[in-house]
Write a protein that binds this ligand. Structure first.
Ligand code: UTP
Length: 294
């Protein structure tokens, strides 16, 4: 059988971003900048660096700014050209030149599973990646690329996972797993079951599902059969649990550092860390922070 490849990356971005109100009242949280780049651009760059050449963004009302960001901005380009601001012009152009981006609207925010189901037509019978933009992952090898390596070998769905200790596990989908023998060592597990947001005592492990998934097209049938779950939303975890009854699925403990930028504190921490790493800002920003004498 011909081996499947992962060429398409889906970004569900139709959520309401309530944790970040009032900033997200009139602008998408995906456009909040980490230093000077909207968080969704970090994800799109990761997908491209992992071999995806088609990006599909699931949007909703009030998300126009995302489309404008990846589109050509003639007025801005002309102005920068006239003023001889070549560096800025190159940055602005590189975004619209970046890649083929398509958009599908999710008319109502009926859940992450529902948002992924919106991708069915565009994805077709291929394996595909799902990236949640507010999980920004800083890694030597892009997180999705690490997962693509596993997928290329196993040809099964692969979920990125990370160890989360204590009460915080209840904010995640949690995995029940068994070890597998593979060249990925103790980073790879076969998934036995998964539960969305369990109580600490009921969590089957400390392995949390984070915002990176490679899914086989079987997920679409599974989601279509999945009843509405917690909060009246169609939960991706519920759909994946159905898929698990039909196919093997793997969990991969990625190497890297994840920032939950959909959360205010997580966003602040990411901003500080990314600013400190910048060649142009790192030094003066470090000096400034030292001067705060906390
Ligand atoms: P979140 O759980 O982070 O929800 O969604 P949210 O609405 O974005 O933010 P809060 O919790 O209210 O602050 C996880 C991902 O799923 C997408 C979101 O855009 C986010 O990327 N999503 C969620 C949809 O695309 N559609 C939905 O109906 C729900």
């Amino acid at each position: 059988m011909k081996k499947m490849k992962v060429c398409k990356a889906v970004f569900p971005a139709a959520g309401l971003g309530t944790r970040f109100l009032p900033a997200t009242k009139a602008q998408p949280k995906e456009m909040l900048p980490l230093v000077d780049k909207p968080i969704i651009q970090y994800g799109v760059e990761e997908a491209m660096a992992s071999g995806c050449n088609q990006i599909l963004i699931i949007t909703g009302r009030g998300k126009q700014a995302i489309e404008d960001h990846f589109d050509v901005s003639y007025e801005l380009e002309r102005m920068l050209e006239e003023r001889g601001k070549t560096d800025l012009l190159n940055i602005v152009r590189s975004i619209s030149d970046m890649i083929y981006v398509a958009y599908v609207r999710q008319k109502e925010a009926l859940g992450l599973g529902h948002a992924v189901l919106m991708a069915r037509e565009m994805v077709g019978h291929e394996a595909f990646a799902v990236l949640l933009a507010d999980d920004v992952i800083d890694a030597k090898v892009p997180c999705l690329k690490q997962m693509v390596e596993v997928f290329n070998e196993k040809q099964c769905s692969v979920l990125a996972t990370q160890v989360v200790e204590g009460e915080m596990i209840s904010s995640y989908g949690v995995l029940d797993v068994k070890p597998v023998d593979s060249r990925f060592g103790d980073r790879l597990f076969e998934i036995k079951n998964m539960i969305e947001k369990p109580k600490l005592e009921e969590a089957p492990s400390n392995l949390a599902i984070i915002g990176r998934y490679i899914l086989t097209p079987g997920i679409f049938d599974a989601l279509a059969e999945t009843p509405t779950g917690a909060g009246g939303e169609l939960q991706l975890t519920d759909g994946m649990r159905l898929l698990l009854q039909k196919e093997k699925m793997y969990a991969y403990v990625y190497e890297g550092r994840r920032h939950d930028t959909g959360d205010k504190l997580g966003f602040l921490k990411a901003t500080v860390e990314f600013a400190l790493k910048r060649e142009d800002l790192g030094e003066p920003f470090r000096e400034y922070l030292k001067g705060l004498k906390l």
